[in-house]
Design a protein. Structure first.
Length: 98
């Protein structure tokens, strides 16, 4: 059974296909629902093109749900912290992980 995740983006154009580092929330029912993970994953715009991948829903910062899910294959779960300053933009901090 495929797992489902959601991620939030500022603009849909910020999210590209291929390997990405992003925060995802687990949508599986149970006590771990909505747990957030920082992962390195392979993304594909068309979920049906990757039958072995899980489902990734995309939401804007304001909560708008994009109508088509993407496919995600998690390659690595990263540590739950991001290096940087508390006032630093989290997306700028994520670029330091590459």
């Amino acid at each position: 059974m495929k797992r489902e995740y959601v991620t939030f983006v500022r603009k849909i154009s910020d999210l590209g296909e291929g390997k990405q580092t992003l925060f995802i929330k687990d949508l599986s029912p149970g006590p771990r629902k909505y747990d957030t993970k920082l992962v390195r994953a392979e993304l594909t715009r068309r979920a049906e093109s990757r039958p072995d991948g899980d489902i990734l829903w995309i939401r804007s910062e304001t909560g708008y749900l994009y109508p088509q899910p993407w496919a995600i294959s998690i390659l690595e779960e990263l540590p739950p912290h991001v290096p940087g300053q508390p006032w630093q933009d989290v997306f700028a901090s994520l670029k330091q992980l590459k």
